[in-house]
Write a protein that binds this ligand. Structure first.
Ligand code: SF4
Length: 202
């Protein structure tokens, strides 16, 4: 699969913090992100949970079409259809943001590492685009040199690998759930973290 940039991809972070403070930006978390957070909190599940919230889908919105559009598939838990994401303060600022920097920079979630770039798979091609509303939020777009295609490809492949594996785990969780009682959100998170931990040890 090749990566096709749909624009001149030039970006240099200006450390404005606008993305980390934007209440409309949702940072969804893959199983590897959850595992990284778990390690940051020294394997303390309770402390990890305190930094996580859930984006909720209504049952009526869940359809094959939706699953093609969303990057991370929702878990069918006893609390509804949920996608884990980073908790924010009431004013919309990420709890890990301490002006002017991210306090977990090297362990930040995949979505943050890619921002303002996003990837979209269509007809077996991986398109490199600007994340939703990034052009009106991010001051670093268009600044600096073109990002080399090799770098975008590497980033795109990593994104694809991690999100595909994540969605495979979700489909296993949802399949098990369809046979019996749904897992709680907490149990589902624990399974995702355990997969991440296992992957790290490979
Ligand atoms: S984790 Fe870091 S980079 Fe991501 S939104 Fe929070 S402060 Fe910003």
């Amino acid at each position: 699969m090749i990566v096709i940039p749909l624009d001149d991809i030039k970006f240099t972070c200006q450390q404005s913090g606008k993305c980390c403070c934007n209440p409309n930006i949702l940072v969804t978390l893959t199983y590897m992100d959850l595992s990284r957070l778990y390690r940051l909190f020294e394997n303390d599940f309770h402390q990890t949970l305190r930094r996580i919230t859930f984006y909720r889908f209504k049952k009526k919105d869940i359809s094959p079409d939706l699953l093609k559009k969303v990057v991370l598939h929702p878990i069918h838990s006893s609390q509804g259809y949920i996608v884990p994401s980073l908790k924010k303060h009431e004013n919309g600022v990420c709890t890990f943001y301490f002006k002017p920097n991210c306090s977990i920079h090297s362990d930040r979630p995949l979505a943050c590492k890619n921002y303002p770039i996003a990837f979209d798979v269509k007809n077996d091609q991986l398109y490199c685009i600007w994340a939703k509303n990034a052009k009106s939020t991010c001051a670093g777009i268009g600044i600096g040199n073109l990002i080399p295609l090799n770098d975008l490809e590497k980033q795109g492949r990593y994104f694809l690998e991690e999100t595909e594996k994540h969605n495979l785990i979700i489909s296993e969780i949802n399949h098990e759930e369809s046979k019996g009682k749904p897992l709680s959100a907490r149990e589902a998170l624990w399974i995702l973290i355990a997969y991440g931990e296992k992957q790290r040890k490979l």
